[in-house]
Design a protein around this ligand. Structure first.
Ligand code: NAG
Ligand code: NAG
Ligand code: NAG
Ligand code: NAG
Ligand code: NAG
Ligand code: NAG
Ligand code: NAG
Length: 248
């Protein structure tokens, strides 16, 4: 009787463990929404160079650029590296290369041309394939480019009179108040970079549902967190610089 009970407990425990494992496995690649990040290349280069790297902005790059399209969810940071056997394949995005070079450029001139796309694909793209519109490498990068055309942040800022200027400072709250109505009333996240005692506008984050409807980047619950948690990193006085693009 005792042995039977022990075996029974063992079986129950084992099946629970198996269930738990199955649950974890399916859960790990799940996500709730996409976070789409655009960056201001000049400030990306300030940051990258200050970390001891080489950075170069091609003459063809004249505005904001794409950083990434990130499946976001979960009780941690959201799924990453969902399929390490799915390697980035340049041929698959050949038709997109002219646009990728300008709108999703690798500014890191001490890495290979494909390095940035390879990284974004392996880390984030492989987690997006469960959504039809981002179901393979080509579709994933195409979707990033399409969203970029749809939300032309360079154009939005120009429209509200926020023009790159090496001397002026802008008020972040004022920028947010003016751009929110242009984004279906959904407030984006702006991020700033503190460089040599000054704050610079460096990125904007806009979020989409898995049906690509724009939505707030603010998680609904603690279980619905962004892959990339934006800190409140813009300055307390809200004054930020938005420098011109420097081609060096
Ligand atoms: C800029 O774009 C043009 C047209 O796509 C291309 O021929 C040229 O090589 C590009 N220049 C650089 C520096 O990438
Ligand atoms: C996939 O690659 C990433 C980055 O190199 C690594 O952290 C992760 O453990 C790998 N996943 C598996 C299942 O091997
Ligand atoms: C991972 O990627 C490989 C290569 O593209 C593919 O054959 C495989 O089906 C993928 N695995 C999963 C679980 O999607
Ligand atoms: C890379 O993509 C090209 C074009 O879609 C395809 O013909 C080729 O089989 C792919 N290579 C690999 C290793 O998947
Ligand atoms: C974005 O808008 C700017 C200014 O309105 C324009 O010059 C540029 O071509 C647009 N970019 C894209 C990718 O549509
Ligand atoms: C910005 O200020 C510098 C000196 O601090 C000056 O040389 C430059 O002409 C100014 N640029 C603009 C666009 O006003
Ligand atoms: C978050 O809440 C909003 C409004 O209550 C709702 O429309 C949206 O579908 C929710 N998103 C998720 C991922 O649950």
């Amino acid at each position: 009787m005792m042995i039977f009970l022990k075996i029974c407990i063992l079986v129950v425990t084992l099946s629970l463990a198996v269930l738990q494992l199955a649950h974890c496995k399916t859960k790990s690649n799940e996500f709730d929404f996409f976070a789409f990040k655009q960056a201001w290349p000049t400030v990306i280069c300030f940051k990258y160079r200050s970390e001891g790297h080489k950075c170069h902005i091609s003459r063809n790059v004249t505005g904001w650029t794409i950083h990434g399209l990130w499946p976001s969810a979960g009780s941690s940071k959201g799924p990453i590296f969902c399929n390490n056997s799915s390697k980035f394949n340049e041929s698959a995005v050949e038709k997109l290369l002219p646009d990728l070079d300008v709108y999703w450029p690798n500014l890191h001139s001490d890495t290979v041309r494909d390095g940035f796309w390879e990284h974004e694909w392996s880390k984030h793209g492989t987690c997006a394939v469960s959504v039809k519109e981002t179901g393979n490498e080509y579709l994933y990068f195409k979707k990033g480019l399409d969203l970029f055309q749809m939300i032309n942040f360079t154009g939005i800022l120009t429209d509200i009179g926020v023009i790159p200027d090496d001397n002026k400072t802008y008020d972040v709250l004022n920028i947010l108040n003016k751009i929110t109505p242009r984004l279906n009333g959904i407030e984006p996240r702006l991020s700033c970079y503190n460089y040599k005692e000054e704050f610079y506008l460096t990125s904007v984050l806009i979020c989409f549902s898995k049906q690509f409807e724009m939505r707030s980047c603010t998680p609904n619950s603690t279980d619905d967190r962004l892959y990339f948690q934006f800190d409140n990193d813009c300055p307390a006085d809200h004054k930020v610089k938005y420098p011109t693009i420097r081609y060096d």
